[in-house]
Design a protein around this ligand. Structure first.
Ligand code: SF4
Length: 97
């Protein structure tokens, strides 16, 4: 049985086949300006979300497809995030689970 693999090594082995169109979008970007705490930024393990002075930048290319941001936005945020999976065959490809 193989030993435990550190999470950084697991994540470092992932590959991405990025679609040219983002699978993450906002119903109304203005909702993020008044969002309490912007929980999407805090929960995303891939640091997809960044606040840049007056808008939310979404680096969808790094998405690990956990859906954590979707739950955070719907339960703690302003319900702006529209979350879908990338098209079939695109997005993250886990190598070590
Ligand atoms: S949690 Fe939702 S509403 Fe709040 S900043 Fe993130 S995407 Fe925008």
């Amino acid at each position: 049985m193989a030993g435990r693999i550190p999470i950084a090594e697991r994540l470092g082995s992932d590959a991405f086949d990025t679609d040219p169109t983002s699978h993450l979008s906002l119903s109304d970007p203005k909702l993020c300006a008044t969002c309490p705490g912007r929980p999407c930024i805090r929960v995303c393990p891939a640091e997809v979300y960044h606040w840049e002075s007056d808008h939310l930048r979404i680096s969808y290319e790094n998405c690990l497809e956990t859906g954590a941001c979707r739950v955070a936005c719907q339960t703690l945020g302003n319900h702006a995030l529209i979350w879908t999976y990338p098209p079939a065959g695109r997005g993250v490809q886990y190598r070590l689970g």
